[in-house]
Design a protein around this ligand. Sequence first.
Ligand SMILES: [Zn+2]
Length: 414
Amino acid sequence: MKNKIMNLPINILLFLFLFQVPEISLGQENFPWPEGKKFAISLSFDDSRKSNLDYGIPILNQYGVKGTFYVHPQVVKENLKEWKDAILKGHEIGNHTLVHPCSENFIWSRNKSLEEYSLESMREELEQASQQIYELLGVKPISFAFTCGQTYVGRGAGKRSYAPLIADLFVSGRGWLNEAPADPYYLDLAEVNGMKMDDIDFEDILPVINYAREKNLWLVLVGHDTKPDNSEQTTRLKFLEDMGKYINEHSDIWSATVGEIARYVQTTRTNGRKINHEPLPIQSDADGNFVLKASLGKGDGPKIEYMPEWKAYGWWTSRDSVVWNIDVRKSGKYLIELEWSISDEEAGKPMVFQIGEKQIIKTIHSSGSWETFKKIQLGILDITKGKHKVIVKPKDQNAKGHFMDLKTLNLIRQ
Ligand SMILES: [Zn+2]
């Protein structure tokens, strides 16, 4: 047993050391993974290595597991048909830059070092890589993996994180050699932890899988080659087979691509009343619209509760409100639309929709019943670029009874 432990790779040893300690419960709810799943696993592979096509993908296909492949367009060109076939099988293609720049501390990276990049040159390269992938494979990457797991450009006082760029261009950016699975409530989608699956046996990663299960986390694993010879930077074929079997035998795992899970996390995580801090700012979707789900807001006040079964806030009294933070990229007019429900008996109370200094006041009419959600347009407001607080609350703070159930607030760009 002792020998087995000593043979574990250093990142897993670190993991065991750092995370296998008693924890104080913060009263956090379990993350609402779909269909009652307990945790999530994504398998990802970098650099568009040919061994993925030859050995890795056939094994994933055999077990019905979908992987995410962070590719370089120049390399994809060499085996275009095989990569297209992989997409048809449901695998995801992500962006991994054009030339794989890394720190100039690596000898091989000195003619393409991140220290020599600027945010502008990096943006240009990322956009080009996505465009070329689109032209070659017909898919637009929503996932990115940091080359060498390094997230900066420049050096010293001029050094900058390019994670904000990733947040702008993709749904997620994935790291490498990170120490723990990602917590869906707290993770920064621009820098999702990625843990190594190269050069180890399946048993080595089991403690991490069980930790992810126990804490409802998202384990993103990262590999490179998938060769039969177990040479360096290879996710062993036996590892993949064991993983495929394990995923099929355990129904509490949500196994999906990084892109699918990142999108789910982005639109589902409840930053609500169970945590102390402000809800994270919500970004607009690709069309510039905001979908403010109840689960993304924070219920404030004595009685209000998020109801997961309805994906709505309820038990709302005159002293309660819901707050979202939004980050508006473009100033403009937005149509405000509310999805709500309320019974005939409780209907008729005036509500305040507030964003910054601006307000719309509307009476909440009956939707027919508490179980029937309907949509109503509240009006159009000018919203300026920048961060804003969006609040929905009753106008009369002394009104008796229930206010409404609120499912979604849409801010639709005009
Ligand atoms: Zn790479």
